[in-house]
Design a protein around this ligand. Structure first.
Ligand SMILES: Cc1cc2nc3c(=O)[nH]c(=O)nc-3n(C[C@H](O)[C@H](O)[C@H](O)COP(=O)(O)OP(=O)(O)OC[C@H]3O[C@@H](n4cnc5c(N)ncnc54)[C@H](O)[C@@H]3O)c2cc1C
Ligand code: FES
Length: 272
């Protein structure tokens, strides 16, 4: 795994998608070049500025210029607190402190295995880069993408243009099927037949727990990207531990052994 680097990244663009959600483009080619799908960065506005600790964000996109040279990365952020407020407010030309790439990535499968991605809200973030890598290998991919309302679902044309079969659901029925995304997933799993599938899930813990339960019942291997609180992202503070069920129910650091875990490894009863 490449050694993480800490850069003072210039903001290239800030696309505000709603009152709370934005895509922030950062000039951080040193990180973007080595980042693998599922890895994350630790960011905050600036060293010496509140809060003390950075926050973890999945690498959403690797940005390239017209020659294909990597110029930066983007983050898909939901405004919920102090750092995401800064990420929402920051303007092009300003700076963000960015450390990465960190953590363990998703397993990239090969055909004839299919890749099914299950995303809730900004849990979509790790799936743009995962899509690119799966499609490069010719893996048939499906995105199950759920949110409260149509206005919570982003970037759908990107996935469609990459040949991803997109299945949507919203709680209010404004786009896709009305209800939780686990409902179409349940139906598709029931019709699997001889197809071999790897499921990747990222989103709220209750969604990932439900997905893991469904796939365990059908024997489908599943990797989840957990969103545990993290203090350092580097293995030093133990704020991110999760209980694993193999080898004596011990605890592991989510920032090192995760954030991507095989769902069967985790003690879901211990996760909030
Ligand atoms: C690997 C990883 C990848 C992630 N990727 C993304 C991403 O791509 N996009 C994204 O939007 N988010 C992502 N997150 C989640 C994001 O890091 C958190 O939401 C982060 O805390 C936001 O920082 P903040 O300063 O804005 O909010 P914070 O101030 O940290 O608050 C966040 C939420 O936690 C609550 N909270 C704060 N402190 C405590 C506490 N001590 N106990 C209980 N609750 C508390 C707050 O009320 C608030 O609801 C990711 C998390 C991980 C671990
Ligand atoms: S975040 Fe500090 S040990 Fe994982």
């Amino acid at each position: 795994m490449p050694i993480p680097v800490d850069v003072t990244a210039t903001v290239l663009a800030n696309h505000r998608l709603s009152d709370t959600d934005n895509i922030l483009e950062l000039q951080a080619p040193e990180i973007a070049r080595h980042s693998r799908p599922g890895q994350f960065v630790m960011v905050k506005r600036a060293i010496g500025r509140e809060p003390l600790l950075r926050r973890p964000f999945s690498v959403f996109e690797v940005i390239r210029d017209s020659d294909g040279t990597v110029t930066g990365l983007s983050l898909l952020s939901k405004r919920v607190g102090v750092v995401t407020r800064d990420l929402f407010a920051v303007e092009p030309g300003e700076h963000i402190q960015c450390l990465g790439p960190l953590g363990s990535p998703f397993t990239i499968v090969e055909p004839p295995m299919q890749g099914w991605m299950v995303a809730g809200g900004v849990g979509l973030a790790p799936f743009a880069t995962l899509t690119e890598q799966l499609r490069e290998r010719g893996v048939s991919t499906t995105l199950f993408y759920g949110g409260r309302s149509a206005s919570d679902l982003y970037h759908i044309p990107f996935f469609e243009q990459h040949g991803v079969r997109v299945i949507l659901s919203t709680e209010d029925g404004t786009i896709g099927e009305q209800g939780y995304i686990t409902e179409p997933l349940t139906r598709e799993l029931a019709n699997l037949g001889e197809q071999r599938v790897m499921v990747y899930a990222c989103g709220p813990t209750p969604m990932m727990r439900a997905v893991s339960k469904l796939t365990a019942q059908t024997g489908v291997t599943t990797e989840v990207s957990l969103e545990q609180m993290m203090g350092c992202g580097l293995g030093g503070c133990y704020s991110c531990v999760v209980q694993v069920v193999n080898a004596g129910n011990h605890y592991v650091r989510s920032c090192l052994e995760g954030p991507v875990f095989n769902s069967e490894q985790l003690n879901w009863a211990d996760l909030t």
